[in-house]
Design a protein around this ligand. Structure first.
Ligand SMILES: [Zn+2]
Length: 178
């Protein structure tokens, strides 16, 4: 029942602090907006898990998470409360395991997952996001040569989806990449 305890703790935390629209999330959103990037916020992207990435770029299949230092256990800022230390340790560990599971599912479905910490510089995170989006653009640009000249743009794009998944999916890699 560890999982359930962790979920309960998470719900309590959300009720107290609110999961959405934390200051670091807002800073990243502002930065990307300023650079002309458009995206969805807090949206479920997979039927196999309920995880809702903080930012979603559906066309490029890029999902961005801004992880809180405490709940996702950043090495620099996590100081677990001394009381019930073992319980807290288990809760945070369960969170990290859930992060890894969810990320593996999204990756297997062709999403490129970008994880950042709330303590990260928003401009640096925005750079990483843009790198990923630019890779998509590069793939899209190369595509017409492969499908031939007679296919229209829309057709080419429909054809692209399955192939892109095989390009971007790194398979069964549950490790969290930052
Ligand atoms: Zn931190």
């Amino acid at each position: 029942m560890e999982q359930r305890e962790a979920e309960d703790a998470r719900r309590r935390h959300m009720a107290r602090f609110g999961r959405r629209d934390t200051a670091p999330e807002l800073a990243l959103r502002r930065e990307l907006h300023r650079r002309g990037r458009r995206f969805f916020v807090d949206r479920q992207v997979s039927r196999r898990c309920r995880v809702r990435p903080d930012l979603v770029f559906p066309r490029a299949r890029v999902a961005v998470f801004v992880d809180g230092c405490f709940w996702h256990h950043c090495e620099e800022h996590t100081h677990l409360p001394k009381a019930n230390a073992e319980l807290w340790r288990r809760k945070v560990l369960a969170n990290r395991q859930r992060d890894a599971r969810n990320q593996a599912i999204l990756t297997s479905e062709g999403w490129r997952v970008i994880r950042s910490w709330e303590h990260d510089d928003p401009a640096a995170v925005a750079d990483r996001v843009e790198d990923e989006l630019d890779r998509w653009t590069a793939i899209l640009r190369r595509r017409p040569e492969r499908v031939g000249r007679h296919r229209n743009r829309r057709g080419a794009r429909c054809q692209l989806a399955p192939r892109l998944q095989s390009v971007t999916s790194s398979g069964s890699e549950p490790a969290l990449t930052r």
